[in-house]
Design a protein around this ligand. Structure first.
Ligand code: HEM
Length: 123
């Protein structure tokens, strides 16, 4: 069976989606503060590698585990859900078919267990 990675256009497509995704994240007043001081180019590179591996493509991800990367950042479930919504918007914008978008969001949803560390979303 063709991987989601191949279906959506491989690394080039994922790079475009990740670029668009972080534009949306940084434009969101609730999410932007989490990324103050982040090296966005490095983060984008890691995110592209992470998604390539997670969606069935080549796995060159050498970054931190999801738990290590997000520990102590006070990320609530509402923040996670907002990030998932923006990712979904970027995927649709890139022309990824709805059912495939749903599959991708379903694949990342369980990561909340490692990423969310605060029950109460930060105001
Ligand atoms: C689908 C969910 C998510 C995935 C797949 C993901 C993936 C990643 C990856 C791959 C890294 C880089 C780790 C490294 O440097 O080795 C990272 C870092 C980070 N993530 Fe996430 N993340 C997700 C959700 C979130 C959410 C919901 C927030 C906050 C609202 C967030 C905030 C951050 C921050 C602040 C960093 C560190 C940036 C830096 O200073 O380098 N992430 N994430």
């Amino acid at each position: 069976m063709t991987s989601i990675y191949d279906q959506i256009g491989g690394q080039e497509a994922i790079t475009a989606v990740v670029d668009d995704f972080y534009l949306r994240v940084l434009a969101d007043a609730d999410l932007a503060p989490f990324f103050a001081g982040a090296n966005m180019n490095r983060l984008k590179g890691r995110q592209v590698e992470f998604f390539c591996g997670a969606l069935g493509g080549p796995d060159h991800y050498a970054g931190l585990s999801m738990r290590e990367a997000h520990r102590g950042r006070g990320i609530g479930q509402a923040h996670f859900d907002r990030v998932a919504t923006l990712l979904s918007d970027s995927l649709r914008q890139a022309g990824v078919p709805g059912p495939t978008v749903d599959q991708i969001i379903a694949a990342v949803a369980p990561l909340a267990g490692d990423i969310v560390s605060s029950a109460v979303p930060r105001a």
